[in-house]
Design a protein around this ligand. Structure first.
Ligand code: PHE
Ligand code: CO
Length: 295
């Protein structure tokens, strides 16, 4: 397999992260080794089993509809035929994390950047940056859902706008992405379920986020979420729970400009705090939390 082309390390609210060349790349599908395909198969089968009764019905349904299988790494071109027809989205191959504005521009135009390379055998359980498994298995299924697809595109437009407003606005917006797209939970009639990509692509967190007594599980509230710091190096201390994708879409519909204004006068909230105004489905025990390290 080729190696991704990192260009620099950049200090962001997530700490120092590698930033890659901004260009779009063709998925070098025929260059994947048998080990790459085997890593995909292992991760795919492991998560498929864990996610029964844990991932949201909509995630499981859209994942089935896309026809991803364990036997080989999916081809972006094949997935794109389905995606374009369902919601007008398409996947583009990238080397890895993109500069923020480039990322927002892709989303605003319904292009989802997917890292073309997959992790190594010794990284099955943890990887500090997104790879093909996280991007494809975690993010792509819900892009088949019309409401979620619109939310992602609206987020991209909101990102371009926030980028123009300034770094504080971007911090607020990034927290929203983190606590919904990456680490969101949804309330179904039969209980809490996962829809966040960062969770569905992680064995440990798929179990922890629903089963552990440690974290808080709090009803989604836009400004509360935008004020809340988060964890990048441990499981989350708090998960925010939506009732439906429509609720998420509606809550984020208003112009954020006055909201950014208002939030700039308020303190951020530590990742593990519960407020009196919260709807807490579960108040975490905080067991095993490290005190340092919220970003
Ligand atoms: N409504 C937001 C704005 O005006 C844009 C947005 C939509 C942001 C959906 C996130 C998610 O900035
Ligand atoms: Co992600």
């Amino acid at each position: 397999m080729e190696t991704p082309r990192r260009v620099e390390h950049q200090l962001t609210d997530k700490g120092y992260v590698p930033v890659y060349t901004t260009g779009v790349v063709e998925q070098p599908w025929s260059n994947y080794s048998s080990t790459d395909h085997a890593v995909w198969a292992q991760l795919f089968e492991r998560q498929q089993q864990i996610l029964v009764g844990r991932a949201s019905d909509e995630f499981l349904r859209t994942q089935r509809d896309m026809g991803m299988t364990p036997d080989r790494i999916p081809k972006f071109d094949e997935l794109n035929k389905l995606l374009r027809k369902a919601t007008g989205w398409e996947l583009v191959g990238v080397e890895g994390l993109l500069p923020e504005l480039t990322f927002f521009d892709h989303l605003a135009n319904r292009r989802f950047p997917v890292t073309w390379w997959i992790r190594k055998q010794n990284q099955l359980d943890y990887l500090a940056e997104p790879d093909l498994f996280h991007d494809l298995f975690g993010h792509v299924p819900l892009l088949m859902n019309p409401v979620f697809a619109d939310y992602m595109a609206a987020y991209g437009c909101g990102g371009v706008k926030a980028h123009g407003i300034g770094p504080e606005a971007l911090v607020n917006l990034t927290r929203l992405y983190w606590y919904t797209v990456e680490f969101g939970l949804i309330r179904q009639p039969d209980g809490l379920r996962i829809y966040g990509s960062g969770i569905v692509s992680s064995k440990g967190e798929s179990i922890y986020c629903l089963d552990s007594p440690a974290p808080n599980r709090i009803g989604f509230d836009l400004e509360r979420v935008m004020r809340t710091r988060y964890r990048i190096d441990t499981f989350q201390k708090t998960y925010f729970v939506i009732d439906s994708y429509e609720q998420l879409m509606e809550a984020t519909h208003p112009d954020f400009t006055p909201i950014y204004q208002r939030l700039s006068k308020q303190e951020s909230i530590p990742a593990g705090n519960v407020l009196d105004s919260d709807t807490a489905f579960q108040r975490g025990t905080g067991e095993g939390w490290s005190q340092e390290g919220d970003v």
